[in-house]
Design a protein around this ligand. Structure first.
Ligand code: ADP
Length: 163
């Protein structure tokens, strides 16, 4: 009997980059449904509030029919259970990501042994790319159009004026 498989891809997405989109595109082929979970994450003091981050993702991901976007707060495994996810997807760029992802994956397995963490290797062209790098370059006046979906550019310009 075939069973529909849902995964959750959590992150801050402040803002969404083409590195995130690559992981979403690939994960959307591995699972029947993919939920992109947008963490409120005040600890990271985001540049965009959660509704703006959700909206930018929704505009970017229109071409993926089996992908939805959900704001989330609190424990990740709780959100994963709420959407019926059997897996948590994360992207792995460099060795420095590994330490954190391994710790988080291990803790999540203790909390929810039935939910697997699936780490997808970043595409080599994206290994240098992060939301924080995009913001840093943009703040210093660099051109970030090659690194983010086009819908991000205008809100990013506006956010820069606020900061
Ligand atoms: P978090 O604050 O949870 O790290 P991010 O939005 O920075 O949220 O990242 C979400 C996930 O996407 C993480 O697993 C991160 O490693 C991954 N990721 C971020 N940038 C890239 C990229 N350029 N290529 C592949 N994966 C990435």
């Amino acid at each position: 009997m075939s069973q529909s498989r849902t995964a959750i891809y959590p992150g801050t997405f402040d803002p969404v980059t083409l590195g995130h989109v690559d992981i979403i595109r690939r994960a959307s082929k591995l699972f029947d449904q993919l939920v992109v979970g947008v963490a409120v994450n005040i600890r990271k003091r985001p540049m965009f509030d959660v509704s703006e981050r959700v909206s930018l993702l929704e505009q970017t991901l229109q071409e993926f029919p089996n992908v939805s976007v959900l704001p989330m707060d609190g424990l990740l495994v709780r959100s994963a259970r709420e959407v019926g996810a059997c897996a948590i997807v994360r992207g792995l760029r460099v060795v420095t990501d590994f330490d954190y992802e391994f710790q988080m994956g291990t803790m999540n397995r203790k909390l929810a042994p039935d939910i697997e963490t699936v780490l997808l290797m970043a595409d080599d062209v994206n290994t240098f790319l992060s939301s924080s790098m995009v913001k840093e370059v943009a703040i210093m006046g660099g051109d970030v159009t090659p690194f983010v979906p086009s819908v991000v550019m205008q809100p990013l310009r506006e956010a820069l004026k606020r900061h």
